[in-house]
Write a protein that binds this ligand. Structure first.
Ligand code: FDA
Length: 396
């Protein structure tokens, strides 16, 4: 059986549904195909079930890409405020958390329901449990495509790849988009897990695993990236927002530099106390600022039990270094099983930043996370999904 549409979108996630609604509103005949039984699985599990759907302050600096300018056009034409207006139109209540992050007050399901309502009112067809067996060009010079599924073949002038990245296979992630790129000779920037916890090397694990459950504010540096937020010790490694942020910039084998007292200056503090309260023990001074178990794991027991006036200059510097510049080399990351995003993806240097259309294959578009665009933690990934989808939706 053969059917015809103007636009076939593969992937009924955040970007696919947004693009479908936009194209449908323009009178295009649109079908969205997904292998999953239901749409928007990642929307439903996002933000702890409350979907951090955007951020008040979004700029190109919040994204990692081998083409750092690529996001600018789409983000400036469909802004966080445009999505906020849509959310308000549907009466969805939301809350602003720190760093401008916007979350649903109710549930993430409201965002998915909104996108599905947009698709319905734009006359979009949605098809689930679809296994795509092949994609063919309709003649090398034309814009058309034939998408073959186990049930039928669908012809369309525009084909949009919206299949996301590799993170969380359990939520339906597949390498489909990268395979399509490969089929058309479009390069893919080596993907790796991002926004993901680190695991300890075995030597560190013995010392640090007992700290599981401790959470402290920290500054974490890797390469030229630096973030200050909460750090959480787990049984297997390091997690928490500051670690997730750093993980997207981390290269295997690299060390992290962690400041466990980022809002204070331990050097100044100890210097003052040496003058004013010299008999205080280092342990009790540090206990006022950091969890005791963490201090004991970082600093030699002998030093901790010293009155601060007896600490040598060298000992003092060692303590300051252990707290302000702890160096640790992670064993690795928890991988795609728990990563929130994929860093890397289809090389956007081969796509128009205005329309998301391939420069090599006219009529082929890629949107959302399948592209080599990765946002920081904080609603930036959804905003990229909305903005890139909106841009393609105006032209497909
Ligand atoms: P998305 O992954 O949403 O959709 C891809 C779709 O393609 C899926 O429906 C999938 O089934 C389908 N598909 C895949 N392979 C296919 C194939 N072979 N054939 C047909 N269909 C196929 N971001 C953020 O900004 N704020 C947040 O709060 C969170 N929270 C969060 C929590 C968790 C646990 C995860 C895993 C991720 C987040 N994210 C996030 C990231 C965010 O979910 C992600 O960046 C967007 O969903 C990406 O949207 P896409 O449309 O590109 O892919």
């Amino acid at each position: 059986m053969k059917t015809e549409y103007d636009v076939v979108i593969i992937g009924a996630g955040a970007s696919g549904l947004m693009c479908a609604a936009q194209a449908g509103k323009r009178g295009r005949r649109v079908i969205v195909l997904d292998q999953a039984p239901k749409p928007g699985r990642k929307i439903l599990i996002s933000g702890g079930g409350r979907c951090n759907f955007t951020n008040r302050r979004v700029s190109a600096q919040n994204y990692i890409s081998s083409n750092p300018h690529f996001v600018k056009s789409a983000l400036s034409r469909y802004r966080p405020q445009d999505f906020i207006d849509l959310v308000r139109q549907y009466g969805i209540r939301f809350t602003e958390r720190e760093h401008g992050q916007l979350f649903c007050t109710g549930s993430a399901g409201q965002i998915l329901d909104m996108l599905l309502a947009e698709c319905r009112s734009a006359g979009v067809c949605l098809a689930f449990k679809i296994s795509i067996t092949g994609i063919e060009r309709q003649g090398s010079s034309s814009r058309g495509f034939r998408i073959c599924t186990a049930r039928e073949s669908i012809e369309a002038s525009s084909l949009v790849i919206a299949t996301g990245g590799l993170s969380m296979p359990a939520a339906g992630a597949t390498p489909f988009g990268y395979k399509v790129a490969g089929q058309f000779g479009i390069p893919v920037v080596e993907p790796r897990p991002g926004l993901v916890p680190f695991t300890f090397q075995s030597g560190d694990k013995a010392v640090l695993a007992p700290l599981a459950g401790i959470s402290v504010k920290a500054r974490v540096r890797t390469g030229s990236a630096s973030f200050k937020e909460q750090l959480l010790f787990t049984h297997r490694g390091l997690s928490g927002p500051v670690i997730l942020q750093a993980s997207s910039f981390w290269q295997p084998g690299a060390r992290l530099t962690i400041d466990l007292f980022p809002d204070g200056n331990l050097g100044d503090l100890l210097e003052t106390l040496r003058q004013t309260r010299p008999k205080r023990h280092l342990k009790s001074v540090l206990a006022e600022h950091l969890p005791t178990r963490l201090v004991q794991a970082r600093i030699d027991e002998k030093l901790l039990n010293c009155p601060i006036h007896t600490l040598s200059r060298q000992g003092l510097e060692r303590v300051i270094d252990e707290i302000h510049a702890w160096k640790i080399q992670p064993g690795g990351t928890e991988g795609y099983r728990t990563a929130e995003v994929t860093v890397g993806g289809i090389d956007c240097r081969r796509f128009s930043s205005k329309t998301m259309e391939s420069q090599d294959v006219p009529g082929l578009y890629a949107i959302g996370e399948v592209l080599d665009v990765t946002g920081w933690l904080g609603g930036y990934n959804f905003q990229w999904a909305w903005s890139s989808a909106w841009a393609a939706g105006q032209v497909v």
